[in-house]
Design a binder for this molecule. Structure first.
Ligand code: IMP
Ligand code: MG
Length: 180
């Protein structure tokens, strides 16, 4: 079991599993009816997944425009708080096919807020891709169009995801199980 920052981390999804699934998802999206795609990475958690996903897009023959939006639904702990738009995109979304990229879909509040924002701005289509789906925790009426993996009801870290600002740098998704 990897030890990072003096904590034992159980690997849930390895770097290899994530890479393979990311390529499968890109191939799936390439076969969809989405055109002239604008991907919007929902910061901070999705930046690592987004970086790998757009390169998988390239392999699948897609050439997306890339934007970043910063939404906060958490403090630095693990309890869901209220949704805040911290930093907006600069690109016009009216008439565009948009794909929102998230790291993990939990209550769904973040994605519902972000999708509604893009629809209000006149996006033609808004698809959602999430690396992990913690569907058991859903509160909002929303599902992702593309899901990497179903996530167990545990707090996960790594591959962009943090707990108290730590562990984003891990190349895999894992669970902190205790002190080393
Ligand atoms: P939602 O609004 O409840 O769907 O929350 C989604 C956001 O909370 C995700 O995009 C993550 O950034 C964060 N989040 C939810 N669960 C976890 C977790 O297990 N580990 C790290 N971040 C999480
Ligand atoms: Mg997030």
């Amino acid at each position: 079991m990897p030890i990072v920052r003096n904590k034992k981390i159980e690997v849930l999804f390895s770097a290899e599993q994530i890479a393979q699934r990311t390529h499968e998802l890109a191939e799936e999206i390439a076969l969809s009816d989405l055109k002239d795609i604008l991907v919007i990475s929902v910061l901070k958690g999705s930046f690592v997944f987004a970086a790998d996903l757009i390169r998988a897009f390239h392999k699948a023959g897609l050439a997306p425009e890339v934007e970043f939006i910063s939404i906060s639904s958490y403090g630095s702990g693990t309890e869901a708080g209220e949704i805040q738009l911290l930093q907006d995109i600069k690109t016009e979304v009216s008439g565009r096919d948009v794909i929102l990229i998230d790291d993990i879909l939990e209550s769904g509040n973040t994605m519902q807020f972000t999708r509604n924002l893009m629809l209000e701005r006149g996006a033609s289509k808004v698809a959602i891709i999430t690396l992990l789906d913690k569907s058991i925790r859903r509160k909002a009426k929303i599902e992702a169009d593309y899901v990497g993996f179903e996530c167990p009801d545990k707090f996960v870290v790594g591959y962009g995801m943090d707990v108290g600002h730590a562990f984003r740098e891990l190349p895999f998704v894992g669970i902190v199980t205790g002190d080393a």
